[in-house]
Design a protein around this ligand. Structure first.
Ligand code: IMP
Length: 194
């Protein structure tokens, strides 16, 4: 069975990827399941791709099996793509509530509220081939926070084709359409052909 180590121990991410890849003959490990992976990577790249590659490469140097890293950002068109690669630290610290408030404030006078989430995944296989995979979820930024579920920018993001935010959706409903699940489904398609 193929073994893939993830750059995270985030339980939600591990569960989601295990669910989506359940039909494929792979075993997914969190970072802390493997010895020697307790290193820090500074995510200072200019793009999601750069950051995901940095995280994946640091792991690939240390193990022989396949590794996988991801990076996600929310891109707002009227703000020239901000917060984008800076989504986690938009309000200069990792505080989801402050990040959302800053974004709503910066969009106060804008008519165009269109935005998209993008997840970049980098898989580095056993032969050290770099395989990039993307998933995008288009939508718009709401006028105010709504909903209690989710995390990050979920309570201010309304996905295209819906009139409620990610935070007003059930976990299953969001996972049907989210950027991350789209990226993971693209990964599943790639893995099943490799
Ligand atoms: P990460 O690359 O998964 O760590 O995500 C970077 C930042 O984007 C996080 O700190 C969150 O604020 C935000 N983010 C990532 N995924 C989501 C999501 O599915 N919903 C809302 N916010 C997200």
């Amino acid at each position: 069975m193929r073994k893939i180590v993830l750059s995270t121990d985030n339980k939600n991410k591990l569960r989601e990827i295990r669910e989506i890849l359940e039909d494929i003959d792979v075993k997914i490990y969190g970072k802390s399941d493997i010895d020697g992976m307790d290193f820090e990577v500074i995510e200072d790249g200019d793009t999601l791709y750069d950051n995901a590659l940095k995280k994946a490469s640091a792991m690939a140097e240390r193990v022989d099996c396949a590794v996988l890293a991801d990076d996600t950002g929310l891109f707002v068109n009227a703000l020239a793509g901000e917060p984008g690669v800076h989504s986690a630290r938009y309000a200069s610290e990792h505080d989801d509530k402050k990040n959302r408030e800053k974004l709503l404030n910066n969009l106060k006078d804008k008519d165009d509220r269109s935005a998209y989430f993008k997840t970049e995944i980098i898989l580095i296989d056993e032969e050290k081939n770099i395989i990039p995979i993307e998933g995008v979820c288009p939508g718009k930024i709401s006028l105010e926070e709504k909903g209690e579920n989710g995390f990050g920018y979920d309570s201010i993001f309304i996905p295209e084709g819906f009139d409620k935010t990610f935070a007003e959706m059930s976990h299953e409903e969001k996972n049907e359409i989210s950027h991350r699940s789209r990226a993971l489904k693209n990964l599943r398609d790639k893995l099943s052909k490799l």
